[in-house]
Design a protein around this ligand. Sequence first.
Ligand SMILES: Cc1cc2nc3c(=O)[nH]c(=O)nc-3n(C[C@H](O)[C@H](O)[C@H](O)COP(=O)(O)OP(=O)(O)OC[C@H]3O[C@@H](n4cnc5c(N)ncnc54)[C@H](O)[C@@H]3O)c2cc1C
Length: 717
Amino acid sequence: MHASPLPLTRDLVLIGGGHTHALVLRKWGMAPLAGARVTVINPGPTAPYSGMLPGFVAGHYDRDDLDIDLVRLSRFAGARVIIGKVEGLDPQRREIHVPGRPPIAYDVASINVGITSDMPALPGFADHAIPAKPLGPFAQSWADYLARPGPARVAVIGGGVAGAELAMAMAHALRHRGRDATVSIIDSATALSALGDRAAQRLRQALAGLDVQLIEQAEIASLHSDHLLFSDGTKLEADFITGAAGARAYGWMAQTGLNLDDGFVTVNDYLQSSDPAVFAAGDCAHLSHDPRPKAGVYAVREAPVLYQNLRAALGAGQMRRYQPQNDYLKLISLGARSALGERFGKVLSGPLMWRWKDHIDQSFMNRFRELPKMKAPVLPRHHADGMDEALGGKPLCGGCGAKVGRLALRDSLPAPQDRSDITPLPGDDAALLHTGVTRQVLTTDHLRGITLDPVLMARIAAHHALGDIWAMGGTPQAATATLILPRLSNELQRRTVAEIMQTAQEVLREAGAEIVGGHTSMGDEMTIGFTLTGLCERDPITLAGGQPGDALILTKPIGSGVILAAEMAGEARGEHVSEAYRLMQQSQQRASEILREAHAMTDVTGFGLAGHLSGMCEMSGTGATLDLQAVPTMPGAESLASNGTRSTLFIDNRALTPELPEGGKAALLYDPQTAGGLLAAIAPEIAEDVLSRLQSADYDAALIGYLTERLGLRLMK
Ligand SMILES: Cc1cc2nc3c(=O)[nH]c(=O)nc-3n(C[C@H](O)[C@H](O)[C@H](O)COP(=O)(O)OP(=O)(O)OC[C@H]3O[C@@H](n4cnc5c(N)ncnc54)[C@H](O)[C@@H]3O)c2cc1C
């Protein structure tokens, strides 16, 4: 009998991609819990590792070296990733709030959001300073500042270990670049007081060696764009000010109703908050049974305990107690490739300590860089002929929306019978219906699981379906939804359908259409589709109608197929995936309005740019010359294409236009697009004006070639 996958029955939501959750996700990927649906929410696709931040600031590491790619990690763990900032958690309703999306329901949640070192009470801080935590925005600001020419005046507020480490790293980087630089640390009391005397003395020497000025017992009154004002009226020149003083908990946690200590979530020795369904770990948690200072080492050591206890809370196994260690080896980098180590009052420093620190940090990061290879499902030894060819050497990817190739469709679509009230629009994925004087277009589209996030899927699927209406210059009218959900418990079905329908309604309503019905069933994986009608005030713009000499304008970069194919194989960079998602959610409504004078238009989807262009040429009786250099591509797509990443539909799409080359960037011409841009043939005399209007409306649009009298497609020399 054919075995069906087990249903998902419980939602585990991880808030924040901090060190603890990153390690939990890695462990989850290696040993997932059947029936648990895991979600991780983080403001960006990556989370920086604090141990390597000073090395990055000093210039010893690249940004990539310290970033944990949460998108890749989540794919490995089978978790959905939500790029967003949590602003609330409601333990009564068991819901988490992220702006711009429906509430996220949970059965068990865990918070690992770190701390912030911003100083809202200090006048001018919000406008003229950047807190050292969260680390991601700080790292970006520093990289931008370092790249600027001219003298550098840097001030670090807070003379703790982190402040000193950052100041030395900054002084080293600026000196290395030959910049005229002054770096100062300001502390309201005595700097480095948390360290033992010997370590503090050694650090003071290191600071002096780098000419870092230590200003102690000083009270800052306000910050300004080019200086810092002390309460005694003196000024300190500074055009890069950072705050590394103390640790503040994020304000939203105070609204949760959970027990807090100075704003931090109070947890017991199981890392459980006052609500047993909510856990917390790392800097944002207060260990009530054995309080500890805020340090990454605790966040890391809590991971195996949190992993086990989250599973137990979901119904599998026993909880375990977390007992923090008494002391830990503090490794502090000293600007150059030298570090200081302190434990139990013993101090060692020099290049050897740096190498030791580097070894520990790289080993930590390697756990995320080299994720164990995911096993492909094993093909049964006995299978019918043709299986290998059908698989094409890899599993089916969703990068093409798992569509059937254009050739297969062309050969199998029945020829419509003559009816006076239906005008078939061959190749346009739609038909024109005449009801009295009303002209209505009808189209349908669906996508299978390109992401595990139903909200993102619903948005992209809605934009994908709307593309057909926008391409014809129509106005969306009504929609029915077709949903196929994987096996879920009744409660998870309810949550998922609510998320999908609320999101779909938002996107479609904004486009002017109402959802009037739908159908839901269960299947192997999530599939979301919409059948849409649109009204046309005038004859729809179709594939036919293009004229030789027309300029070809494309409104969105291509490359979503290779990025999604790589993402599913765990090989895409998270930042590229999140940018591709952003582009796939970009509405083409305004573009369609700007392109209303197009002679011919289509949306670029499953058949790829070349396939859709060839369809336009076929129907318009023209050829086309493409300027490959001008074709906009999504970040990361070209390098993936050059490395040989291909979507499942590539071979079929390639066969549509054999006259074009295939290597390098050209491979992206056959890349199937999901919710792709519009491709329009525009009279050459208005093309520049139309293009600049599209660009002003925030489209990454480009003029990519011309229609020609000579048939066939070719590339511009
Ligand atoms: C310069 C510097 C150097 C340091 N060096 C060391 C060191 O060598 N050793 C050491 O032990 N400690 C060090 N620390 C301390 C260390 O940074 C922290 O203790 C550690 O990062 C805490 O990890 P965490 O998992 O709690 O959170 P973090 O690593 O801070 O991660 C929190 C994550 O949650 C995300 N997040 C924040 N808000 C939200 C929200 N609302 N919704 C969703 N996600 C959110 C953040 O973007 C981030 O990705 C250093 C700190 C600094 C500033």
